[in-house]
Design a protein around this ligand. Sequence first.
Ligand code: DGL
Length: 295
Amino acid sequence: HRNKLFGAPHSGHLGRAAHRLRAVNISPSPSSVSPCIGVFDSGVGGLSVLDAIRRRLPDASLVYVGDVAHAPYGDRHPAEVLERCERIVAQLVTFGARVIVVACNTATVLAIETLRHRWPHLRFVGVEPGVKPAAAATRTRRIAVLATPATAASTRLRFLVEQFAPGMHVHIEPCPELAPAIERGLHDDHPALAALLAPSCRNVRMADVDTVVLGCTHYPFVADAIQAQMDRGVALVDTAHAVAERVAVVSRDAIGDTDKLARLRVMATGTSSAMTALLRRCRHLERVAVEPLPI
Ligand code: DGL
């Protein structure tokens, strides 16, 4: 129910005033900013999700935070990742976020349940490796998942495999170097990329799969380089568009009509030349200046 999304958890104590607030759809906190969708990732990877959301919801206000000063999350302690996610969500709330997209597989695995618990009035959409669409697409019943070490080792990924790909051969390939390299600016046309990808791609070729899941939101930015090292006919699965569909449904409910003054803000917790370069590659994002966010 709509009201549930706007009332503070203890709004019952506020009596009539709170009901009036809810009736006109004004969020009690913060009241001065227009509602938006907040999107975050450890760094630049979530821009691939932001691009898909912008394509699906061109009139929605979007605020993106790339935690570039703390990327990659994949080899950080889970408690540290959670702490960063909580800090970022608290910040996004001050910008008016009512829907939060955790545009990072690693952060979704490590933090989303706690975030939902701590901010019950917000709606959270996470991303997870597209095992389900891959299992639906494979003809040989052999798939591979490329992911960060944290996602690769997660019980969530094991659950997805058991749930959606029972009886299939699923090769999981952790790629410890890849997200950090993309953070440093190694993208599709970079000469060093092929060498960095070679060992992982060789393992995937040896597993003889026909479908490969891009299990980290950074990887779509090197999809062409990955594809180039796969055998012919191998399909790559990226879930950004499915996530954007889900965001559309959730934000219709939580935010309502689209914003006539839709804004797009992109922020980074540290300096990142890769972010500016990647923004230019996103077809649906304007060339906004990346704003510093020292949190
Ligand atoms: N983009 C992230 C993901 O989807 C993260 C990479 C990382 O920071 O380790 O998992």
